[in-house]
Design a protein around this ligand. Structure first.
Ligand code: 13P
Length: 252
């Protein structure tokens, strides 16, 4: 059975003190036996301190993006080498906000997926359609194309370790959630794409999350769907209490 992965994406929120207090609180409360993996995707400046706080707990600390190169003249960027060096385990790649505001493309997402694996980082690869694409019935084709390009030339054993987050852009931060059936339909399609491109074993192992206005009130219904293995959560991950409820919902 696939594990459930609940990841909180804080985006550009919190101060160091708030971030530390949050991780301290959830570290004490996330159950040690957990069948659920709990990940906090924090802004860069807090990462070393949060890694330290989360040591020997069930909480993992992730970055929200990274550059694809190991080092070089890229002012303001952070490399996979740096993330690996400070003990980061996961990194979000290709979030729709990065694609929209920071010019990430399917090709750079693919390079980042390769870079992540070269440095022992698990990529959380985001895909999702716009409202326009959904209304034009282009969702499945668009998602298929994003997934195929993101996983181009990735080894099968790495695909098995990859996390894909299906985040319909129209559902992010809008309070509109895809119905659990619609979300599952797309997640099931992603699994089919992985099966066709790699193998049935890889399709069975890959973790596929849903993201977009997930909150304690709707997560159970989403996780009850057969192809949804977790959630990537923005707004509802900012309060420890709410995040813990999401984690609790993932225990079965
Ligand atoms: P919200 O949960 O705030 O809609 O954000 C979703 C998201 O973008 C997580 O990466």
């Amino acid at each position: 059975m696939r594990k459930i992965v609940i990841a909180g994406n804080w985006k550009m929120n919190k101060t160091l003190q708030e971030a530390e207090a949050f991780v301290q609180e959830i570290s004490d409360k996330v159950p040690a036996d957990s069948q659920v993996e709990s990940i906090i995707c924090s802004p860069f400046p807090f990462l070393p301190s949060l890694v330290e706080k989360a040591k020997e707990t069930n909480v993992k600390i992730a970055a929200q993006t990274m550059h694809e190169s190991e080092n070089g003249a890229y002012t303001g960027e952070v490399s996979p080498v740096m993330l690996e060096d400070i003990g980061i385990t996961h990194v979000i790649v290709g979030h729709s906000e990065r694609r929209e505001y920071f010019a990430e493309t399917d090709e750079s997402v693919n390079r980042k997926v390769h870079a992540a694996f070269s440095h022992g980082l698990t990529p959380i690869v985001c895909v999702g359609e716009t409202l326009e694409q959904r209304e034009a019935n282009k969702t499945m084709d668009h998602i298929e194309s994003q997934v195929k390009k993101a996983l181009k030339d990735v080894r099968e054993d790495q695909v098995e370790e990859t996390i894909i987050a299906y985040e319909p852009i129209w559902a992010i931060g809008t309070g509109k959630t895809a119905s659990s059936e619609d979300a599952n339909e797309v997640c099931a399609h992603i699994r089919q794409v992985v099966k066709a491109q790699f193998s049935e074993a890889a399709a069975e192992k890959i973790v596929i999350q849903y993201g977009g206005s997930v909150k304690p009130a709707n997560i159970k219904e989403l996780l009850a769907q057969p192809d949804i293995d977790g959630a990537l959560v923005g707004g509802a991950s900012l309060e420890a209490d709410s995040f813990l409820q999401l984690v609790e919902a993932g225990r079965r």
